[in-house]
Design a protein around this ligand. Structure first.
Ligand SMILES: Cc1cc2nc3c(=O)[nH]c(=O)nc-3n(C[C@H](O)[C@H](O)[C@H](O)COP(=O)(O)OP(=O)(O)OC[C@H]3O[C@@H](n4cnc5c(N)ncnc54)[C@H](O)[C@@H]3O)c2cc1C
Length: 410
């Protein structure tokens, strides 16, 4: 083993960015990037967007081209799962029986779609969407189906529902909460998207759950709801949230209260083992709390920060969280957090389908939700990142030039 060999488990958004950033930061020792999927590492967001609509080819979703890994001396090992960490020996055991030694280990393991614990959940035609392999199946089945039930009105479920409705399918979304994307957006934006999906022809069923999925000859045929209704279905997409992949860390005795806990250096409770991305429970300076984030921004910014730290440069993870979701012709973008806001100010117009909601807490901007207002989103990221003061009155005045605040900050 070379003295500083770094092993990264998980070749997704975080793992690939970390390997790339380590080289950019001048790390010259061996990097092993291990992933249990067989496909060359790819981007997940297009799976529920352009890829689903056949608006991009498979090559178009790759995170890096084929030549990137050998050119950067990154040993990419695909289709191989890490199953045990021996912390004392600093050794990783793989499903194939092979062992890998490490001086530093990084867990970039992401998560899996939370399984649905009900009768019929394993019938043919009951699908989930996390991987490219699953997206290939979903896309084909979508094209061959008529009656679709989506379980869960989160981002993935709604992106899929919008595409399926646009392709002329009958789509029902079943959601336990009383509004869509309830964990992530304001009640105002939930109401806006509820109306938008209705206009697309999607039927949203709130405060409703599923008691069973039934089939014939092993294939899904209908979904039974808690209110007794039975929906015909030849395709069911389950999108009820993510379960962080922390089982390797847990089994090794690493602290995992809700995903893998890391400190401000992205180190776990073992100082030689680090973690980044969806599986990570961290204190977020913008959220003012310990939490997990499920976004490309979080995975890649944590990777960039960790690369610096691993080569001995000063760095701290305090990036402004941001996220996006495309549903039909609506681009939703979120910067920061609005869930604790005591004042929400509208800029733009719901009728014109272009608005932003600025959330304030005790007079301080905490987050901005934008729909078809990319300029506001970019502005919000700078305002939040550089703590540039802004008042609710200024936001509420449609004639005010908010960009002038950035010029003033230079
Ligand atoms: C359909 C879809 C649409 C999305 N849309 C958006 C969007 O619009 N905007 C946005 O910001 N985010 C979006 N996301 C979320 C975003 O993709 C994730 O936040 C991001 O992928 C997290 O990166 P990660 O590196 O933590 O995990 P991942 O990218 O999931 O990578 C983790 C990898 O580790 C592998 N792995 C796990 N355990 C092991 C093991 N023991 N051994 C080997 N390999 C292992 C996994 O199989 C996986 O390949 C979307 C996600 C999905 C699924």
């Amino acid at each position: 083993m070379s003295s500083d060999q770094i092993v990264i488990v998980g070749a997704g958004h975080g793992g690939v960015q970390l390997a790339a950033s380590l080289r950019e930061e001048g790390f010259a020792e061996k990097i092993i990037l291990l992933g249990d999927e067989k496909d060359l590492p790819y981007q997940r967001p297009p799976l529920s967007k352009a890829f689903l609509k056949r608006a991009t080819a498979e090559d178009g979703v790759l995170l890096r081209g084929h030549g990137f890994y050998p050119q950067n001396k990154i040993a990419l090992v695909l289709g191989e799962r890490a199953i045990e960490i021996d912390r004392a020996q600093r050794r990783l055991r793989l499903a194939s029986g092979a062992r890998l030694e490490f001086s530093k280990l990084v867990l970039a393991t992401g998560g899996i779609q939370r399984p649905l614990p009900i009768e019929g959940a394993t019938l043919d035609g009951v699908l989930s969407l996390r991987t490219l392999a699953e997206a290939r199946v979903l896309r084909e089945r979508l094209e061959a189906s008529q009656n679709i039930v989506v379980i869960g009105a989160g981002f993935i479920g709604l992106e899929f529902a919008a595409t399926a409705a646009a392709q002329g399918r009958k789509v029902d979304v079943v959601e336990l909460a009383d509004r869509p994307m309830a964990r992530a957006v304001t009640a105002e934006t939930s109401a806006f998207f509820t109306a938008a999906h209705k206009a697309l022809g999607v039927t949203l069923n709130f405060r409703t759950s599923v008691t069973a999925i039934r089939g014939s000859a092993g294939k899904v045929s209908e979904v039974v709801l808690t209110d007794g209704r039975v929906l015909p279905a030849d395709l069911v997409l389950v999108g009820i949230g993510l379960k962080p992949s922390d089982e390797l860390a847990l089994a090794a005795g690493i602290d995992c209260p809700n995903g893998i806990k890391v400190d401000e250096r992205l180190a776990t409770s073992d100082g030689n083992i680090f973690a980044i991305g969806d599986s990570v429970f961290h204190y977020n300076t913008h959220g003012g709390a310990e939490l997990r984030l499920e976004s490309v921004q979080n995975a890649t910014d944590q990777a960039r920060t960790l690369a610096k730290l691993l080569v001995g440069k000063p760095a701290r993870y305090d990036a402004v969280p941001w996220f996006w979701s495309d549903q039909a012709d609506l681009k939703l973008q979120i910067a920061g957090f609005l869930d604790e806001s005591d004042k929400i100010v509208l800029r733009g117009s719901y009728e014109e389908r272009a608005y932003s909601l600025f959330g304030f807490k005790a007079g301080k901007l905490t987050g901005v939700e934008s729909v078809n207002k990319a300029g506001d989103h970019m502005l919000a990221r700078r305002l939040l990142g550089e703590s540039i003061p802004i008042t609710p009155a200024l936001v509420a005045d449609p004639s005010s030039d908010l960009k002038a605040l950035l010029r003033g900050a230079r």
